[in-house]
Structures are given as structure tokens and as C-alpha cells.
Design a protein around this ligand. Structure first.
Ligand code: PMP
Length: 412
């Protein structure tokens, strides 16, 4: 594929940092470096890290990783963690090509915004599913895009026909879009998951119209059913998928470790962006995550991930129980198969904003009004609820209060 076609001028203008280019040379036996200004580790106060797990296990970060964790290092991330993630991606997705590259970021948000910058030229038109992840919208709104074109979704996620009709009716004088951004599993905000038949249809459309797929998939391992739905990356016979993963929902959000996987040319451009912004994500947190993964191995990690998915499934079931009890007459929703969100349509209401941002707060209930997730803002009858962090009693109380509010609205 000709990746230059997809790259913004800003990205093409990025040159490798001459100082960062020295990093691999430091490995040459006998080399004496008066080049890079690495601080002298003798001055660092840390000698080791002990990682204490909730199950009582204690892990140590080994000396080599400890040295790497405390120093500047390769932009793409801790080499041992990159290697682990590479094997992991091969095992989880069996992609049709194996010379893909990986780069670790400060959470997947870091990589996502770098990918947007890499692809978007001022004046470009971008395609995004609607509703969409608010964190992607806030970044896209800060870019000088001419149009943010909404591709429709339903309870099964992105609609292939909406994508193909938008692309086939694209006005010839308008700049053709270069990518579609989507959250395919346990969607934020709708909770929907795109099954494999749709993914195949969408991949085919992306192939036919030569656009990239930005697969933002932090809820992939929060699928409640087995086997997991395969990813777009697993279908990528062309090298047109950039896949974003995250440890945030499975190990910890504060570790800020995410990774992007895809064609080496594109990943290199993302690395160039890191070289001129944050230099690299934190090696300390990467070393901690790596120590854990090394100890757990793939099987231990997957056991953990299954437990996390089962935890959220139980929360989902509690939500469904009380939603059926309290909201049945005043709202509609789809039961999510993954993730932590439910997208609820309020009956008889055109704009959920005032209800959620004022009256629900007065009743001490927090939720998100649907308009926050619309790429081109307008009133929405939807709200997004998250069941991730509430007890059964809190869920019951919240839905009961919400139902009271909605019943009062319909009465008034
Ligand atoms: N994409 C989506 C769809 C998300 O919901 C989030 C987190 N809310 C992110 C990306 C960012 O995740 P991270 O913590 O890995 O930066």
C-alpha cells in the first residue's frame, strides 16, 4: 500500500531525532558514548521495585528491566514488553501479515491522537461512527477538519450500508476521507459490539474505497461471551488497520499503558510524533506491567482477563435486572455483550441534556447526556450509563430515581 497518500504534511515533515538515533548504537560492544545526554544512573535513588499483588504474590523487576526502566530508551517502548505484546497479538488475532509493528503509548488515547494528527491535513473530511467516543471527538474538534462526517450505527454497531453509501456518493469536489474511526466492541457510548459478518463487510468497503480503519478497541477483553469476536486486525489482508489496545480496563487505568499495532510505516510515523512530544511513554510503568506479564505468562494473563470480563458481566446482569424493574415503561436499551456502558433512549424526550445535567444531579445521580457523543452536536434523547463502578444497591437506587424523574417528565 502507498501509505504516503494517507499522511498529513505535518507527519511527512517529521524527521527522526538525531539524538534518539543514537539509542540503538549504544548496544555496540565497546562503544564509548559522549553523544546522548543520558543522566548518570548512579545518581538515581531507586535500587529495585517490588510489586505486591492482591493475591499475596510479590514480584521483582529484574535488573536489566530495572536499568532500562530508569533511563531514557527506545520511543516505541521497553523492548521486552514490545516482544511480549507482539507474541500476544499473534496469539490473539493471527493477523494475515506478521511484519506488523507495535508502539506503546501513554494510554491508547496518546496513540490515537497521534494517529489522527498523522492522518489529518487541515481541511480534510473525516469519517467517524455516530455516536462516538467523546475523547476522540474532543481531539478531532480541535483539528482543522472541514467536515466530521457521521456514519450511522445501530444496536449492532457501525452500519456497513451507511459507510458504503457515504463513500459512493462522496461529492467529487470534496476531499475524499482517508479513514474511518470506530470502537467495535463494547462501544463507548452505546455498548454495542460489531460481529464478524459486519466486520468483514466493513473491511471490504474500506478495501474498495481505499480508506484505513482505526480500530479503537479498549473493551475487546471485556467481552462476556466466548469465543471473542475476531478483530478487524485479524482480517487485515491489506495492512489498512491500525489497532489500538489498552491495559486501562484490564490491569489499571493509571498505569497509562496502551499500544498500537499496524503496518510498520504508519507505526514509525507515530513514533516520530512521540520523539518530538513526550520522547517515550513511562518505562517505569512498562517495567511493572512487563514483570507481571512475564510472571503470569499468556495463560495467567488470559485467566485474569476472563475474571475481569466475568466481573463486568455480573454488573451488566444487575443493571438489566433493575432496568427491567424500573425503566421498562420510560426507556429502551440494548443489553451489551461487552464493556461497561448502556445507551438508553428516553421515551417521550427529545433532549436529555437538561434532565441529566440538572435534574438528575439534584437527585444525586450522574449520567452522560447523549449529545456529548454526537460528532456534530444536536439534542439527543439518549443517555449513557456506566455500570462499572456501582454496587447492586447503588444501581437499584439510581435506576429507581431515574425512573421517578422520567415519570414526572412524562406526567408534566
Ligand atoms: N478509547 C475509548 C473508546 C475509551 O473509552 C477510552 C477510555 N475511556 C480510551 C480510548 C482511552 O483509553 P486509555 O486509558 O488507554 O488512554
Amino acid at each position: 500500500m502507498d501509505y504516503t497518500y494517507f499522511l498529513s504534511k505535518k507527519s511527512l515533515n517529521r524527521k527522526p531525532s538525531p539524538i534518539r538515533a543514537l539509542v540503538p548504537l549504544l548496544k555496540i560492544p565497546g562503544i564509548i558514548s559522549l553523544g546522548a545526554g543520558n543522566p548518570n544512573p548512579e545518581t538515581f535513588p531507586f535500587s529495585s521495585f517490588k510489586i505486591c499483588l492482591k493475591n499475596g504474590d510479590v514480584l521483582n523487576v529484574e535488573e536489566k528491566e530495572m536499568d532500562e526502566a530508569l533511563q531514557y530508551g527506545p520511543t516505541a517502548g521497553l523492548p521486552a514488553l514490545i516482544d511480549w505484546l507482539r507474541e500476544f497479538q499473534l496469539a490473539m488475532h493471527s493477523p494475515p501479515y506478521d511484519d506488523f509493528a507495535i508502539s506503546i503509548g501513554t494510554g491508547s488515547q496518546d496513540l490515537l491522537t497521534k494517529a489522527f494528527e498523522m492522518l489529518i491535513e487541515p481541511g480534510d473530511n473525516v469519517l467517524i461512527e455516530s455516536p462516538a467516543y467523546a475523547g476522540a471527538l474532543s481531539f478531532l474538534n480541535s483539528q482543522s477538519c472541514t467536515l466530521i462526517v457521521e456514519i450511522e450505527t445501530d444496536e449492532q454497531g457501525l452500519i456497513p450500508d451507511s459507510l458504503s453509501s457515504t463513500l459512493s456518493n462522496w461529492p467529487s469536489l470534496e476531499r475524499f476521507p482517508k479513514f474511518i474511526y470506530t470502537v467495535p466492541i463494547g462501544n463507548n457510548p452505546t455498548g454495542s459490539s460489531v460481529h464478524i459478518e459486519r466486520k468483514r463487510a466493513i473491511f471490504q468497503i474500506a478495501h474498495d474505497f481505499n480508506i484505513l480503519i482505526l480500530e479503537d478497541d479498549p473493551y475487546y477483553y471485556l467481552q462476556y461471551n466466548n469465543p471473542r469476536i475476531p478483530s478487524y486486525f485479524s482480517l487485515d489482508t491489506d495492512g489498512r488497520v491500525l489497532r489500538f489496545d489498552s491495559m486501562s480496563k484490564i490491569l489499571s487505568a493509571g498505569s497509562r499503558v496502551g499500544w498500537v499495532t499496524g503496518p510498520a510505516t504508519l507505526i514509525k510515523q507515530i513514533d516520530l510524533s512521540s520523539q518530538s512530544t513526550n520522547l517515550a511513554p513511562s518505562f517505569v510503568t512498562q517495567a511493572i506491567i512487563y514483570a507481571l506479564l512475564k510472571d503470569w505468562k499468556l495463560s495467567g494473563f488470559l485467566t485474569h482477563v476472563d475474571k475481569v470480563a466475568a466481573f463486568y458481566k455480573e454488573k451488566r446482569d444487575i443493571f438489566v435486572k433493575y432496568a427491567n424493574q424500573y425503566l421498562r415503561d420510560v426507556a429502551q436499551w440494548n443489553v451489551p455483550e461487552a464493556g461497561m456502558f448502556v445507551w438508553i433512549k428516553l421515551k417521550g424526550i427529545e433532549d436529555s441534556n437538561e434532565l441529566i445535567t440538572k435534574r438528575a444531579i439534584e437527585k444525586k445521580i450522574l449520567a452522560m447526556p447523549g449529545e456529548v457523543f454526537l460528532p456534530n452536536p444536536r439534542p439527543s434523547p439518549y443517555i449513557r450509563l456506566s455500570f462499572s463502578n456501582v454496587s447492586e444497591e447503588q444501581m437499584r437506587l439510581a435506576l429507581q430515581k431515574l425512573a421517578d424523574l422520567l415519570e414526572n417528565v412524562s406526567v408534566n
